[in-house]
Design a protein around this ligand. Structure first.
Ligand code: C2E
Ligand code: CA
Ligand code: CA
Ligand code: CA
Length: 279
């Protein structure tokens, strides 16, 4: 038993070193990923529930690692937030998303809203507003077609500064949405002070909204809260027809999820939209 305990420990230690090594190697590679053009965006459709029309997309980053293949943002965004690379990567996401929406226009499609995920560090940068302004100018996107997704934890720190930035964005006609709503700790009182256009019900409440009475009540309450504050509400993680039926029945405005549409490469998105226009 003694020796097997020791073996387990050695095994554990080896495993840990291997993992730490892998993480360090990944972080090293992350520094070159932008320059080597290894990132791309996928776009997941968002529909208006009343009409079933696609009214927007969420941009989701992917890293195509030359040796390891596709890497999830969950595995490199936290790293990039930690080492500061999130600033250039975040700028690349903003520029690419806006540019590609303009390419859709050039293909003869109507304007489409694009939601871009932000990290706390981006919002905290002193020149964030000018980065946004330059992106709008450089790409020519209608500011109203750009939506920035924030999380509750991001808007908890330096509340006064953040409110100033959000008000400036709102004055520029950019849309703001609160992502993963219901999972954070934000005081509901902030909702009144933030110029938020949309609440995004977290997918953890949607998974069982048709079977678990608690999740149903939480979703219904978020919808009512948003509507009483004149804010739109979108549900994410819609995976089954029962989810869609529940959300329609309860007056949710918009929805996103695998049942509605998988995240698509830009060319796939464009083809789908062009095909939908003919129909
Ligand atoms: P998120 O903002 O909550 O994005 C939604 C995630 O749920 C996406 O995962 C999406 O692919 C996935 N999803 C969509 N529909 C369904 C569904 O029906 N069921 C389930 N179970 N999942 C669904 P993804 O693309 O892996 O992104 C993970 C997270 O990485 C995002 O969570 C977001 O926090 C972050 N992220 C992605 N792109 C960016 C980015 O450009 N910048 C920053 N800062 N974060 C990003
Ligand atoms: Ca999001
Ligand atoms: Ca607004
Ligand atoms: Ca989310």
């Amino acid at each position: 038993a003694k020796s097997s305990g020791r073996n387990n420990f050695q095994f554990y230690e080896k495993e840990m070193n291997a993992r730490t090594g892998q993480r360090l190697a990944l972080e090293h590679d992350l520094w070159g990923a932008l320059e080597n053009d290894e990132f791309h965006l996928l776009y997941q459709p968002q529909i208006e529930l009343a009409s079933g029309r696609i009214i927007g997309v969420e941009a989701l980053i992917r890293w195509g690692h030359p040796r390891r293949g596709l890497i999830s943002p969950l595995d490199f965004i936290p790293m990039a937030e930690h080492n500061g690379l999130i600033i250039p990567i975040g700028n690349w996401v903003l520029q690419t998303a806006c540019r590609q929406m303009c390419e859709l226009l050039a293909s003869g499609l109507p304007p489409l809203r694009v939601a871009v995920n932000l990290s706390a560090r981006q919002l905290g940068e002193k020149d964030f507003i000018s980065v946004i302004r330059r992106t709008l100018d450089a790409t020519g996107i209608d500011p109203n077609c750009l939506e920035l997704e924030l999380t509750e934890s991001m808007v908890m720190h330096n509340v006064e500064d953040i409110i100033g930035v959000l008000k400036a964005l709102n004055a520029m006609k950019i849309q703001l949405s609160l992502d993963d709503f219901g999972t954070g700790f934000s005081s509901l009182a902030y909702l009144k002070r933030f110029p938020i256009d949309r609440l995004k019900i977290d997918q953890s409440f949607i998974f069982n909204c048709d079977s678990d009475p608690d999740d149903a009540v939480i979703s219904q309450t978020i919808i009512a809260l948003a509507h009483n504050l004149k804010i739109k509400v979108i549900a994410e993680g819609v995976e089954r027809p029962e989810h869609l039926a529940f959300l329609k029945q309860n007056g949710c405005d918009e929805a996103q999820g695998y049942f509605i549409g998988q995240p698509l490469a830009f060319d796939e998105l464009r083809s789908m939209l062009l095909a939908g226009q003919e129909a």
